[in-house]
Design a protein around this ligand. Sequence first.
Ligand code: NAD
Length: 510
Amino acid sequence: MYTTDTQMLRMATREIISINPATMAEVGRAPILSAADVNLAVAKARSAQPAWAALSFEERARYMFKAKDLLLDRQDEICELISREVGKPMVEAMVGEVLPVANLMDYFARESAKLLRDEQFTLSVFRNKKSRISFHPVGAVGIISPWNYPFSIPTGEVVMGLMAGNAVLLKPSEYTPMAGLKIGELFRAAGLPDGILQVLTGDGSTGAALVESAIDKIFFTGSVRTGKTIAEAAARRLMPFVLELGGKDAMIVCGDAPFQRAVNGAVWGAFTNCGQACASVERLYVAEYIAERFINAVVEKTKSLRVGIDGEQQQDVGSLTNARQLRIVTEHVNDAIAKGAKALTGGKRITSLPGYFFEPTVLVNVNNSMRVMQEETFGPVLPIVVVKDEAEAIREANRSNYGLLASVWTKDTKRGKQIAAQVEAGTVIINDVMYTHGAAETPWFGVKESGFGVTHSKHGLREFVQMKHINWDVLPMKTNPWWYPYSEKKRRDFKLLAKVLHKWGLKKWI
Ligand code: NAD
């Protein structure tokens, strides 16, 4: 059973009605595709893919450059749509959606040929042997995406998938079908051949059908719960998968932090995208040495944030994107307050605005018995914990099932790197938050329950290819020494060889 906000879906007509969560006005409608629709699309993708894979990197890159040009020409229209569909400020749509995509398009269009170049080498022990590793498209790949960055997350994966020579089937979130369709429209306008990128709108049932279809690999970004369901389904048919899941990202503020930068970073990291970022600051640990001054400054800055509807008032923080998120955020804050936490600012829904608005909230006196410290809140809530020292901060930061990103704030970069090495997260940023998702060349991945596999960078690109290894002799020989017939002499010779190679350190001489 797949549930979502009742006002979004008209199940009877199998149609999504996308609404603006800030104003509750309708943004558009899109069909909920069935398993039969999905299977037809996959068949179309499979027949179109070989011709696409046969193009050179340069030829495929031309489509990316064209799509990038169109994106930059149509920035306002695209940002306006994103802003209306998820309730975020236009500046966030520009910074968090358009700019990163332009960067990813440019990077993978230029670099894919180099990043996927064949690797050839002579073997170290088997000196008469050479190997070549080459990288080939996986085939037809499925991308299932969330609603919080409805344009940049899926488009980044689409770009990598296409540049690697795959046909792509994209299932956008049921909360953001119009942004998903816009991605298809952009590539169509760039002249992409028919069937190479298909956008399959729908809900969880459409996503589940895609996972069960004849695709070759699935790339999922979303919640841990759905990620586990997808992993189970993929495992049943041994289909490879990449999972980019939730986070409970810790910010560690050391006693010697660059004070004002840390204050600004904490407030932006906690409240940008209304806190609905997998890598937003979800927990903050501050050294007691600067705690009081730091918390006061964070609260002052948070109070200055303008919450509102884009286009109607100047705003820094938009609305939450759906009713489910508003419910989770409200529950987490109420649970924390009931268990002794104190809201220094914020703490409740804004009822003077029509949509799903919640006050930017700073909580203190929080502890690990509270949901806000254990579960992903994904909203405008910043719980702050005062710690004795860095060692305690690291211990507390690691007390989580999640491990996506973390940040360490100190003027001493060397010390920052030492702390970063001990924090259990895919990425730890020193004196910054979150932004590396927008940098094409850096890998993005989670440890623990935050994910499996990588996106972005050459490591992410390589998730979209299948390796092929070919091995051959440099000089032809009638036989290999380890082939038949065996003898006592052969046994002694190999014993000696093992010592020469691996014990006496003579490997470099042969
Ligand atoms: P979600 O898991 O509810 O849905 C994600 C997508 O999965 C949607 O398109 C949905 O329709 C689809 N889906 C639902 N059930 C499915 C099923 N059984 N089979 C196949 N597909 C199915 O997540 P969400 O609420 O859209 O997104 C928020 C979550 O995403 C948060 O946990 C956030 O941290 C995470 N996220 C992670 C990253 C990252 O890079 N690690 C980035 C953004 C968001």
